[in-house]
Design a protein around this ligand. Structure first.
Ligand code: SF4
Length: 219
């Protein structure tokens, strides 16, 4: 396959990738159920090393028991850990959620803040989580969500040569227009679940095939 050589060819290829992603995943959005930014923050912390499906099973009861950040701030992490046990890594997650609740209550008046800088002061909210919450709950394009799917697919599509998530994100922010950051993140995560899976990607079914020169393509 002919690789783009000039800046113009590279840009045209990115534009075409974005156009095809829109056709493949027109309604891509976050799969974690939530009713407000706080609930999305909790769900995103719970989703580490856990399926969205499992998180969605746990959160309705959790938010019924603890309806607001103040309720989470008041509960001992050891107690909260038992409520979220089935999501795995529950002790660490409970500490993060309780710490996040305390910070949001004490420093942000009980509201999840709207800037990346402030988000990054919250326990349990690193760049990936902060970008998920700001993008999905507030519609603020603060960055590109770089999870395991985005890491893998950005490499396969030759959008970065980096392996560190922060550097991958920096590369993606340079080549993807900012008004596409939120949608692009959702689309790539869906693509990673549906077709561009870790082992044996389903390249024969992938509309990006003619633009992709990944070494581990299967068709
Ligand atoms: S062609 Fe294959 S490796 Fe390339 S993006 Fe599609 S599924 Fe992934």
């Amino acid at each position: 396959m002919k690789r783009p050589k000039t800046a113009g060819e590279r840009k045209a290829r990115i534009d075409e990738i974005l156009r095809r992603l829109d056709k493949m995943y027109p309604n891509a959005t976050c799969a974690l159920h939530h009713r407000n930014p706080w609930e999305l923050l909790v769900a995103t912390i719970l989703s580490a090393q856990c399926t969205d499906k499992r998180v969605n099973e746990v959160t309705p009861g959790l938010f019924q028991k603890y309806p607001t950040p103040r309720d989470f701030a008041a509960v001992a992490p050891e107690v909260l850990a038992q409520d979220i046990r089935s999501t795995g890594f529950f002790n660490n997650k409970a500490k993060s959620i309780a710490g996040a609740a305390k910070r949001i209550v004490s420093d942000f008046g009980g509201q999840v803040p709207r800037t990346l800088e402030k988000m990054l002061t919250i326990p349990g909210a690193a760049r990936k989580t902060a970008n998920v919450v700001l993008g999905t709950a507030y519609g603020i394009p603060s960055g590109v969500v770089v999870d395991t799917h985005v890491q893998r697919i950005a490499a396969r599509l030759d959008l970065t040569k980096e392996t560190d998530p922060v550097k991958i994100e920096r590369d993606l922010m340079k080549i993807i227009p900012q008004d596409r950051w939120i949608r692009f993140s959702h689309q790539i995560i869906l693509h990673g679940r549906a077709l561009c899976i870790a082992r044996k990607p389903k390249c024969a079914e992938c509309d990006l095939n003619s633009l992709c020169y990944a070494k581990d393509k299967t068709a």
